[in-house]
Ligand binder design. Sequence first.
Ligand SMILES: *Cc1c(COP(=O)(O)O)cnc(C)c1O
Length: 206
Amino acid sequence: MHSGTKYLGGHSDLLCGVLAVRKGETERWKGLWLERCTLGLVMGSLEGWLGVRSLRTLEVRVKAQSENAGRLVAWLDGALKGGREEGEGEDAAEAEVVRKVVKEVKHASLQAEDMHWLKKQMPNGFGPVFSIYMKTMQQARALPSKLRFFHHATSLGGVESLIEWRRMTDAGVDETMLRLSIGIENWVDLKNDLAGAFKAVAEMGN
Ligand SMILES: *Cc1c(COP(=O)(O)O)cnc(C)c1O
């Protein structure tokens, strides 16, 4: 069972679910088929058409999203670990701002201890969603409004990048946590956007 609403649809404009069964086992799944016929909802024709269009670009979209996320995570992780960009320069200044406001970044690509099975499960790249933990709740709450490329929204999987201060919709999570769903934009634009927003919240005071 898959959600077609996220990466399969990919444009945040349709709701869809996919239930796939083994080929040639139609007898075994007849109950499902009958239930769908009598009780289930049939997708609207517009959603069906949008879904077919979406599938034609699934490969390029998800690859681009995964690559973008990987690059952003590597940039943030590199900045947090520090030391790589010696001396002066724009990169070093940017890394310092990251260190000033970001506490931690979490993504499958950083789970070194799980790599043996992660690589098997995701041989062509990791998922385009990751989270960052800011130093303070105030910074986490303010960050989304300092960004221009990212919309502040709950969803994920679309071609446009989203960010969400998770505490707003989930009282059970760390109040410094932000969830990012990366789209297909130019990754340097996304990086510069994040760097600018980090700078803005660093200057905010408390
Ligand atoms: C994920 C999501 C849903 C739920 O979709 P499913 O088909 O149940 O996965 C609904 N609305 C939005 C905006 C979503 O992002």
